[in-house]
Design a binder for this molecule. Structure first.
Ligand code: AGP
Length: 615
């Protein structure tokens, strides 16, 4: 939540900041602002409620020249989205400018104490407290900006990624983080970029440093970069080479990032298993598992923790692990898990799933599980993210940057990696027969081609969307591995089209939701061939008998439901355990088209943000 960008060097800062904010807009889009060091001793601030484009309209022809600056795009936590609450914030002397991502939990007590020292506040934000606190330390102790930041941050409880600039020090930017991400790009000689993720940096430099918690980066136009912790101990940074290509973060001819990302799935699924499995050698290699095999071999239980779509991937994995590896699995919302004093034993293996690798609840749940001695395995998409760095071992999903707020290709990449792990563990602990292992390998290998076939039904799916675009409710039903796909289908629809949708196991329908069915209610049945197919057909009949409007996802060649359903979507045949990798695709397309038809902003749906770094 909230996007942060900063630049110091010899180039014009404003265009770099604006482009960076546009790339980070998926993190929050309630308001945007920049602060630029223009003349000696002067910072010029522009900020505006709304999108980056609203900020640009507000700036108009104003003078934006300057070689250092900071920019912010906000996802509101404290106070509504308006011009005043927009960042950057400044303190009473007007010399400091600060941008912040995170939440300052003790901001009220800090604010009261600052008010008693004569500080007045203009915004509702927790951030404004931070900049006043730094200024207070600076004036009280006449110390350097860096020391003032270190001292102030020692008083702060909560999460922060901040960048600060001081009007009287044109050659200096200070950044710091705790539990909110911050990446520093090392440009040409003494030229630095700083951002919430690497996307604003990639076109200028491949060399990045991921700041760790409680580290402060001092970026100086002539003296270079120094990293210290809050106790002023100097840290030697590790410079990483980015493997990101610029095309990966552009729309590439598609109307929306979401559509591009849906269509990328044949490749992204392949990228998730590339180098990890070989049909020829009949093997799967997962170094993150093998290096800690004693933990997996002795696992009495697997606990999966995640949020949102990643939690749905965990639900699918529950079926796979129990089926292939015969290890009991519990899947938990990270937010619930961390607050209910959970039972965690040292012989538990915890799998944390997160696209962004920054989700605050998942991160906190990981810390708790580690504290209690469990082995924690992370499945993340964003390379170098906090979860990737804090887990004991893990696997990247390699889906490439996902910019659309609604998760699509990251989900199928998570499913791919989880399938590989379940198969690998099942084979190694001898619960999965070699014959089934080999069959599954061949099947998994053919999934990208089958996804390609499904994407060819895009026009037909748009036609279905045309029929349902005006509905205000929808039900999604599925059983077994397809139950989490029903949940995910419903989540996709509600988050981007604002239609109320619910997912249920098909058989649960008669315990309540059946009361909702009338001639208007669309019911999306995931009914591919599997052990419970006949039962699902009975559930379909129950809906039909009550006049519901049926859309059925069936295995290719199945004609059973053609007479019952208004629309049938054929899913290429596959092993039932792999069906979620296919059945989710038409549901993604359906949500996408309905949202576009309803003129919703599919890439930046209202109230949401891609990376939920607040609890
Ligand atoms: C999915 O479409 C979401 N917008 C959301 O539910 C997301 O999956 C959730 O916030 C978890 O994010 P993470 O995978 O980055 O941890």
């Amino acid at each position: 939540m909230c996007g942060i960008v900063g630049y110091i060097g010899h180039k014009e800062a404003f265009p770099i900041l604006v482009k960076g904010l546009q790339r980070l807009e998926y993190r929050g889009y309630d308001s945007a602002g920049v602060s630029i060091h223009q003349n000696p001793e002067e910072l010029t601030i522009f900020k505006k409620k709304g999108k980056v484009q609203d900020l640009l309209d507000h700036v108009g022809d104003s003078d934006t020249s300057g070689n250092s600056g900071i920019g912010h795009t906000r996802w509101a936590t404290h106070g509504p989205p308006n011009d005043t609450n927009a960042h950057p914030h400044t303190a009473r002397l007007g010399k400091l400018s600060l941008i912040h991502n995170g939440i300052i939990e003790n901001y009220e007590s800090l604010r009261t104490s600052l008010e008693s020292n004569g500080h007045d506040f203009v915004s509702d934000t927790d951030t404004e407290v931070l900049v006043h606190l730094i200024e207070e330390v600076q004036t009280r102790t006449s110390t350097t900006l860096c020391e003032a930041v270190q001292i102030a941050l020692r008083e702060v409880e909560g999460a922060y990624a901040i960048v600060v600039m001081d009007a009287s020090q044109p050659d200096l930017l200070i950044a710091a983080r705790k539990s909110s991400p911050l990446v520093i790009g090392v440009g040409l000689e003494n030229e630095y970029y700083v951002a919430s993720d690497a996307t604003p940096i990639i076109e200028y430099t491949q060399n990045v440093i991921y700041l760790d918690d409680e580290e402060v980066a001092i970026m100086h136009r002539t003296d270079g970069l120094i990293i210290r912790n809050l106790d002023n101990v100097t840290i030697t940074p590790e410079v990483h080479a980015l493997e990101l290509q610029i095309e990966a973060i552009e729309k590439g001819g598609f109307d929306h990032f979401m559509l591009k990302e849906i269509f990328e799935q044949p490749n992204s699924i392949q990228d998730s298993f590339r180098g990890r499995m070989s049909v020829q050698r009949n093997e799967i290699k997962m170094s993150g598992i093998d290096e800690h095999w004693d933990r997996w071999e002795n696992a009495q239980r697997i606990l999966i923790i995640a949020c949102g779509t990643s939690w749905h991937a965990g639900l699918v994995a529950e079926y796979l692990f129990e089926d292939f590896a015969r290890i009991p699995v519990e899947v938990e919302y990270a937010s619930e898990f961390r607050y209910r004093n959970p039972i965690i034993r040292p012989n538990d293996v915890v799998i944390a799933i997160s696209q962004s690798g920054e989700t605050a609840d998942t991160l906190a749940a990981i810390r708790l599980a580690k504290e209690r001695g469990a082995h924690v395995f992370g499945i993340c998409n964003v390379v170098g993210s906090s979860i990737a760095r804090e887990t004991d071992s893990g696997a990247y999903t390699h889906a490439g940057p996902e910019i659309g707020v609604a998760s699509t290709k990251a989900f199928t990449a998570q499913l791919t990696v989880l399938t590989l792990i379940a198969m690998h563990v099942g084979k190694r602990n001898k619960q999965l027969s070699s014959a089934r292992f080999s069959r599954l390998l061949v099947e998994l290998n053919s999934i990208p081609e089958k996804v390609e076939q499904l994407l060819k039904q895009d026009d037909a799916i748009r036609n279905i969307a045309l029929k349902f675009q005006h509905n205000e409710n929808a039900l999604y039903l599925g059983r077994g591995v397809n139950f989490p796909i029903a949940l995910e289908g419903a989540l996709k629809l509600k988050e981007i089209s604002y239609i109320h949708a619910e997912g249920y196991p098909s058989a649960e329908m008669k315990h309540g939701p059946i009361a909702l069915i009338d001639a208007e209610m669309p019911v999306f049945f995931v009914a591919t061939a599997d052990d419970v197919y006949e039962k699902v057909v009975s559930n379909v009949q129950e809906v039909k008998a009550r006049g519901g409007r049926l859309v059925a996802l069936v295995s290719a060649g199945n004609n059973d439901l053609k007479s019952l359903a208004e629309f049938v979507i054929e899913i290429p045949k596959c092993d039932q355990a792999l069906a979620p990798l296919l059945t989710t695709i038409p549901l993604q397309l359906l949500s996408y088209h309905i949202a576009v038809l309803r003129q919703c902003n599919v890439d930046q749906p209202r109230n949401l943000a891609k990376s939920v770094t607040v609890e």
